[in-house]
Design a protein around this ligand. Structure first.
Ligand SMILES: NC(=O)c1ccc[n+]([C@@H]2O[C@H](COP(=O)([O-])OP(=O)(O)OC[C@H]3O[C@@H](n4cnc5c(N)ncnc54)[C@H](O)[C@@H]3O)[C@@H](O)[C@H]2O)c1
Length: 317
C-alpha cells in the first residue's frame, strides 16, 4: 500500500487508531480534525504505543518513528482529502454532522477516491443520502481499537457499486484488517447485533437474580471467548457435535427454542446497572482508574494478536 495516500477525518479515539493501521501498512496518512488539540493528542497517543507495538511485531516491520513520520496532521480538511485514494471519516456520531463532513469531503476528494465512514449505527443510505458519488461511498465500521482488532464491517447502501465493495475489501485486507462484507444494510450491522443479543441476555440474567456480573464476565473471558478468539459461532458448533453443524442443530435446536420463549421480554439495562452491575464493576476498577485499565486492555490485546499470529504459523489457521 506504499503508493496510497489516506485521509483520516476526525482524530479522536477511532481516527488516531486508524492512522496507525494505515501508516504501518506503508500508506501516507493525512490526519485531520478541526481541533488542533485533538491532533496533538493523537500524535502523542501514536508515539506512546509505538514501542509496545514493535515489541509484539505489530508495526509491519516499521519503526515507531517511521509510523509517526508517515502521519501528517492538519486542521484543513481540504488539504487532508485532496489526492487521497481512501478517506476514512471518524467525526461525531450525528447524522447532520456526518452529512456536512461528507459534503465537504466530496468538494475536495478525487472522483475515484473511496469515501468510508466509521459510523457505529448510522445507515449508509442515510449518511450518503445527498452524496454526489454515492457509488464510491460505504460504511467501514471498525471495532475499537482498529489498530489491534482487525475485523471491520463493510456496509453498502443500495447505491454503493459492487466495484467499490470489491476495492474496499482489497484495501482493507492489504492494510491487515479482516473485512466482513455485508450484502445490504441493517441497523447495528453484524457486530452490534451479535453483541446486543449477548449483552441483553447478560443484563437479563443479572436483573432477574440468576447470576452476578463477575460470573457473567467469567462465562466469556474464561469460557466462550477462548474459542471465539479464533473460530466463530458457526465453526464452534460444527466442532461440537460428531456430525457437524447439521447434527448440532438436530440435537440442540429444541433446547434453544425453549430458552428463547423466556428471552422475549425486555429488561431495563439502567435498572440492572443501578441494581448491582455498577457496584460489582467499581469493586475492581474505580472510575478514575478506567483510563489505566484501557491501557492494560490494549496491552493484553497486543499480546493476544501476537499469540494468534504465532499460532496461525505454528498450528495453522
Ligand atoms: N468509540 C468506539 O468504540 C467506536 C467504535 C467504532 C466506531 N466508532 C465510530 O467512530 C466515529 C468516531 O468516534 P470516536 O469514538 O473516535 O469519537 P471521538 O469523540 O473520540 O472523536 C471524534 C472527533 O471528531 C472531531 N470532529 C468534530 N467535528 C468534526 C468535523 N466537522 N470534521 C472532522 N472532525 C470533527 C472531534 O474534534 C473529535 O476529535 C463515530 O462515528 C463512532 O460511532 C466508535
Amino acid at each position: 500500500m506504499k503508493d496510497m495516500t489516506v485521509a483520516i477525518v476526525g482524530a479522536g479515539l477511532i481516527g488516531r487508531s486508524w492512522a496507525i493501521t494505515f501508516a504501518r501498512a506503508g500508506c501516507k496518512v493525512r490526519l485531520n480534525d478541526p481541533e488542533s488539540a485533538a491532533l496533538d493528542a493523537a500524535r502523542q497517543f501514536i508515539a506512546s504505543v509505538g514501542e509496545d507495538l514493535q515489541a509484539n511485531g505489530l508495526l509491519g516491520g516499521c519503526t515507531p518513528d517511521e509510523v509517526l513520520d508517515a502521519v501528517r496532521t492538519t486542521v484543513d480538511l481540504g488539504e487532508a482529502v485532496s489526492g487521497a485514494g481512501w478517506v476514512q471519516e471518524n467525526g461525531p456520531e450525528k447524522i447532520d454532522i456526518k452529512r456536512a463532513i461528507f459534503g465537504e469531503i466530496e468538494a475536495h476528494a478525487a472522483p475515484e477516491a473511496i469515501l468510508a465512514s466509521s459510523s457505529s449505527a448510522l445507515l449508509p443510505s442515510a449518511i450518503f443520502e445527498a452524496a454526489a458519488r454515492p457509488e464510491r461511498c460505504l460504511v467501514a465500521h471498525p471495532i475499537n481499537p482498529p489498530y489491534l482488532v482487525p475485523a471491520v464491517e463493510l456496509v453498502p447502501s443500495d447505491r454503493t457499486s459492487d466495484a467499490t465493495m470489491a476495492e474496499a475489501e482489497r484495501v482493507m485486507t492489504a492494510v491487515g484488517q479482516s473485512p466482513m462484507v455485508m450484502k445490504r444494510e441493517i441497523d447495528g450491522f453484524i457486530v452490534n447485533r451479535l453483541q446486543g443479543a449477548l449483552l441483553h441476555e447478560a443484563f437479563r440474567l443479572v436483573a432477574e437474580g440468576y447470576a452476578g456480573a463477575d460470573d457473567i464476565d467469567r462465562a466469556l473471558a474464561d469460557g466462550l471467548a477462548l474459542r471465539w478468539s479464533f473460530i466463530g459461532p458457526f465453526e464452534t458448533i460444527d466442532l461440537n457435535a460428531p456430525g457437524g453443524v447439521a447434527d448440532y442443530v438436530a440435537r440442540y435446536e429444541g433446547m434453544y427454542a425453549e430458552m428463547f420463549e423466556g428471552m422475549k421480554h425486555r429488561v431495563d439495562w439502567a435498572d440492572a446497572v443501578k441494581g448491582g452491575i455498577e457496584a460489582a464493576r467499581r469493586e475492581h476498577t474505580t472510575v478514575s482508574g478506567l483510563n489505566d485499565r484501557q491501557v492494560w486492555r490494549d496491552r493484553r490485546l497486543m499480546a493476544l494478536r501476537k499469540h494468534k499470529r504465532d499460532a496461525d504459523k505454528d498450528i495453522g489457521r
